[in-house]
Design a binder for this molecule. Structure first.
Ligand SMILES: Cc1cc2nc3c(=O)[nH]c(=O)nc-3n(C[C@H](O)[C@H](O)[C@H](O)COP(=O)(O)OP(=O)(O)OC[C@H]3O[C@@H](n4cnc5c(N)ncnc54)[C@H](O)[C@@H]3O)c2cc1C
Ligand code: FES
Length: 279
């Protein structure tokens, strides 16, 4: 059993919990995730390791309450226990000193891009952060990102904070500055986590400018051990499994349309289960 040591509401429907788990904390690396099972009858859901503290033996998860299991998890409080926390799973993000890395997060994806941005910074890179949300009250981890980014840009869809627009608007402006300049250069890497449409738009833009791009995919997962095939995606024309081959992949090679379609595969079952939460 894994005890919840702290719980905070970060934004509407976005919750941060800190869990006692020395074994996961000891091995955690940026880009990895865990599978959470609330109780014996619970579903397995993958959540990214948003933070960890090896000395205290704790891990932090930040999640959006979108359906049955995330709502059940969000209803737990400090002192409550989770049956299983499996991980760390997936390949850690490949970290190198590259030069300038643009780290982009959208919505709850900001929680997932934060540990990766920090790790790229620790590896000696200059970090340009671009974080976006639909509205000001949904923006998370601004202070944390500001603490590690050399430059941070914020966008909101409705213009209630930062720049009105999309993260790609800022990225396009950064590229345009380089295009017109003789002494600036394109970033060495763009790293992006967020909704599928956002990762697709970022990858399309960076492909036009030939800027290497890595995205962290979020396919539906069941066993997260490479056995069930639920997280199947197509990358560079080849079938890969998000859980064991990823979650990071080359953004220019992903079939995002297939990923978006597969995320909707169990929509009606999910909606039925979600109703159970409210009854
Ligand atoms: C490697 C990985 C890391 C993830 N990390 C995080 C994280 O740190 N924080 C977080 O909030 N979420 C994260 N997710 C998504 C999270 O696992 C899903 O939101 C969760 O499984 C939904 O379960 P549910 O029972 O609450 O909702 P369900 O009833 O299963 O689904 C509700 C809605 O969410 C959508 N959904 C279901 N599964 C996913 C998914 N895998 N990705 C995106 N949308 C989904 C469904 O299409 C549906 O619209 C991650 C997913 C993966 C694969
Ligand atoms: S979740 Fe089953 S193979 Fe990846």
């Amino acid at each position: 059993m894994f005890k919840i040591l702290d719980k905070k509401i970060l934004a509407k429907d976005v919750i941060k919990i800190t869990i006692d788990s020395p074994t996961v904390a000891e091995k955690a690396q940026a880009g990895q995730f865990v599978v959470v099972v609330i109780d014996e009858k619970g579903e397995r859901i993958p959540l990214t390791l948003a933070d960890w503290d090896r000395k205290l033996g704790t891990v932090t998860l930040i999640f959006q309450t979108v359906g049955f299991t995330t709502k059940r998890l969000g209803a737990l409080n400090t002192g409550d226990k989770i049956e299983h926390l499996l991980g760390p799973l997936g390949h850690p993000t490949e970290l190198k000193k590259l030069g300038t890395v643009v780290c982009i997060g959208g919505g709850v994806g900001v929680a997932e891009v934060y540990p990766v941005s920090r790790a790229f910074k620790e590896a000696g890179n200059r970090i340009i952060g671009i974080i976006g949300s639909r509205s000001k009250e949904l923006l998370i981890l601004e202070d944390e990102m500001r603490g590690i980014c050399d430059e941070l840009f914020i966008t909101t869809d409705d213009g209630t904070y930062g720049r009105r627009g999309l993260v790609t608007d800022i990225l396009k402006e950064l590229f345009t500055v380089v295009e017109k300049s003789t002494h600036t250069k394109y970033p060495d890497l763009v790293y992006c986590i967020g909704p599928v449409l956002m990762m697709k738009a970022v990858s399309r833009l960076t492909k036009d400018y030939a800027v290497k791009t890595v995205v962290s995919l979020n396919p539906i997962m069941v066993d997260a051990t490479g056995m069930c095939g639920a997280c199947r995606c197509t990358v560079g024309g080849k079938t890969v499994f998000g859980c064991v081959d990823g979650p990071d992949f080359d953004g220019h090679s992903i079939d995002f349309d297939e990923l978006a379609k597969r995320l909707k595969l169990f929509k009606s079952e999910e909606e039925k289960k979600n109703e159970e939460f409210h009854t």
